[in-house]
Design a protein around this ligand. Structure first.
Ligand SMILES: [Zn+2]
Ligand SMILES: [Zn+2]
Length: 314
């Protein structure tokens, strides 16, 4: 299963309807929790999610709306005696904040957390880690403190064609052998299969517009991106390192994103439909205006022959 569960959608302060941030991406065997803001433990309960499947926690930056839920999640991992290690990625320059949140209060510590700080420079190579879901990379973003956006890329593969296999009389274990070796007698893998592009996901917040926002979003199937402001407050957004709905949607258009999830809304706008109106002017793909406890599937794999040519392929 590949699905995003949205746990919270508010920037800066929660509202009666929106919790602070929190996003759980389930991708086959991986369960990655992004930016656990305050209240994430309870939001997971409300969404019917346990902490036991968690394999990784990714924190973009140490503002409270993205990280104050970490102590509760860690202590719940400990309480539930989660048997496997949980990797925690966070900006290397925020190590002191991580250490405080890790040991925020007294508790019986059973958690096997593996902190792996993230660091990369503007204009430099991305930070990288291998996961069972594919390669996870991070690039720095433009915000008021060290911040990273994340990108998950499944390796490209090949889709076997049953009619071609049958035509060549290949069945059973011979199929696996052909996949491993690329050739079976005179038959090559290309004779009986077509390319299957890997799926891609990106998580971008908080940031003003910069090249790395586009690099992270390039060709992804599902983009979760902050959309704090509307166009009427674009000057303020630029000043404080945030995006407007229109800017986020323009990123999705230029980066050839399939499904766009807008979130991290300022409480100053009571009518969320305005984010959709401004985004729709820029992007004609699927747009999701995030709400707490919403589930968004990673869109179904597109057929081969796709002509997207991502510039940022790991
Ligand atoms: Zn924020
Ligand atoms: Zn922030």
């Amino acid at each position: 299963m590949r699905e995003l569960t949205i746990l919270g959608t508010a920037s800066q302060v929660p509202t009666r309807y929106r919790n602070h941030n929190g996003y759980l991406l389930r991708w086959d065997g991986e369960a990655i929790l992004f930016d656990p803001g305050e209240g994430t433990q309870r939001q997971m309960l409300m969404a019917g999610l346990a902490v036991s499947p968690l394999t990784r926690i990714c924190i973009t930056h140490f503002h409270g709306d993205h990280s104050l839920g970490l102590p509760g999640v860690i202590q719940r991992i400990s309480l539930d005696k989660v048997a496997h290690p949980v990797v925690v990625n966070f900006p290397a320059g925020g190590r002191e904040y991580y250490d405080r949140l890790r040991y925020a209060t007294s508790f019986w510590d059973n958690a096997d957390l593996r902190p792996e700080p993230v660091s990369a420079r503007f204009g430099g190579r991305p930070w990288e880690a291998e996961t069972s879901a594919g390669r996870l990379t991070a690039l720095p973003l433009w915000h008021s403190l060290e911040t990273y956006g994340y990108r998950l890329v499944e390796p490209d593969g090949r889709r076997m064609l049953p009619d071609r296999l049958a035509a060549h009389g290949i069945a059973g274990p011979a199929v696996g052998e052909l996949q491993r070796t690329g050739r079976l007698g005179a038959v090559t893998l290309a004779d009986v299969s077509v390319p299957r592009p890997g799926q891609r996901f990106a998580f971008v917040m908080d940031s003003g517009l910069c090249d790395n926002v586009f690099a992270l979003a390039e060709g992804v199937d599902l983009l979760v991106i902050e959309s704090t402001f509307l166009a009427e407050d674009a000057d303020m957004a630029a000043m404080v390192g945030h995006l407007t709905a229109g800017q986020a949607a323009a990123v999705a258009r230029e980066s050839r994103v399939r499904t766009l999830v807008l979130t991290h809304f300022s409480q100053r706008y009571p009518d969320a439909s305005r984010f959709l109106t401004e985004a729709r002017e820029q992007f004609d793909g699927e747009i999701v205006i995030a709400e707490d406890l919403m589930r968004v599937p990673v869109p179904a794999r597109i057929a081969s022959g796709d002509d997207r040519a991502p510039a940022y392929r790991q």
